[in-house]
Ligand binder design. Structure first.
Ligand SMILES: Cc1cc2nc3c(=O)[nH]c(=O)nc-3n(C[C@H](O)[C@H](O)[C@H](O)COP(=O)(O)OP(=O)(O)OC[C@H]3O[C@@H](n4cnc5c(N)ncnc54)[C@H](O)[C@@H]3O)c2cc1C
Length: 265
């Protein structure tokens, strides 16, 4: 059971961080993960008054606040136009609409869960996370960072020419994924992200494999390289061998769909 001694609702990010630094403090997102934990909390910090529930276009960036819900990501037209529907695809399997109405962007990224559909997709978008007080960090770097007392305030996507495809494999709808795969072409740079390995998502650079475009041969060579380097494992949902087979299929499907989106054939 989660036992909370003090609930606080700071009015500034500085105040929130002062609480976050105290022993046994926890920042609250939608509490969907937290509520399943067995722990004693001294200060539970609710960020609801910090205006972090907005999706905003600022100059050449899209800023997604930490308190934006997964449902808002799923239904936001601008984000889904920019990502050719990949954001919607990455969250639509997560439990159900009522759940996605509560789960937040901040909790989903900060948790760096191995099974995360959300982390996989946002890594493929090559975005940055804004941490208080550390500042902006690339999401790929953040995925490997130690857990600190920082508060995640925003996720920032650069508005540059972007094509992205998201796919996942589940044993049954709404379950945790067995494997996640996102591929992107951003400013002519190819990246493939594989998550739910079951370890957290990792990025593989595909530039040298797709210099001559997305062809069956190039996909085959790239997949061979990914499978030889990527650490896949077994858990209660799938074996390592099954994940290897699924990875091969998802990478091929994702690149073929990316090709269709980029070149229209
Ligand atoms: C039953 C179940 C099934 C799920 N299935 C999937 C799935 O299939 N795919 C998938 O991708 N995800 C899945 N999730 C994860 C879910 O989508 C959310 O990512 C998760 O619940 C965390 O979001 P939250 O807003 O509830 O965060 P919380 O539970 O409130 O917080 C999670 C962690 O993040 C910290 N935190 C929250 N916000 C911040 C912040 N702004 N700054 C710093 N730290 C912060 C909290 O202190 C806590 O440690 C599942 C979760 C559950 C409970």
């Amino acid at each position: 059971m989660l036992s909370i001694r003090n609930y606080v609702r700071p009015q500034t990010i500085e105040e929130a961080y002062e609480y976050a630094k105290k022993p046994l403090s926890v920042v609250l997102g939608g509490m969907l993960w937290l509520k399943m934990q067995n722990r004693n909390v001294n200060f539970a910090i609710d960020l609801s008054d910090l205006h972090l529930d907005q999706i905003e276009e600022i100059d050449d960036e899209i800023h997604i606040g930490a308190m934006v819900t997964l449902r808002e990501l799923e239904t936001n037209e601008q984000l889904n136009y920019f990502t050719q529907g990949a954001i919607k695809e990455s969250v639509r399997h997560i439990v159900g609409v009522q759940f996605r109405n509560l789960a937040t962007m901040g909790g989903s990224i900060y948790g760096r869960f191995g099974f995360s559909d959300v982390l996989t997709l946002f890594m493929a978008l090559d975005c940055e996370v804004e941490l208080y007080p550390t500042g902006r960090v690339s999401i790929k770097e953040f995925a490997n960072m130690k857990f600190t007392k920082d508060i995640l305030t925003k996720v920032i996507i650069k508005k540059v020419p972007t094509n992205v495809v998201y796919l996942s494999q589940r044993n049954i709808s709404t379950d945790f994924p067995v494997l996640t795969c996102a591929v992107s072409n951003i400013n002519q740079h190819y990246t493939c992200i594989i998550g739910a390995r079951p370890l957290h998502a990792v990025a593989i650079n595909g530039d040298s494999y797709f210099e001559t475009g997305i062809t069956e041969k190039n996909i085959q060579n790239f997949t061979k390289c990914v499978l030889s380097e990527l650490k896949l494992g077994s858990n209660s949902r799938a074996s390592k061998e099954y994940r290897q087979k699924i990875a091969k299929v998802l990478i091929k499907r994702a690149f073929l769909q990316l090709k269709e989106d980029v070149y229209g054939n």
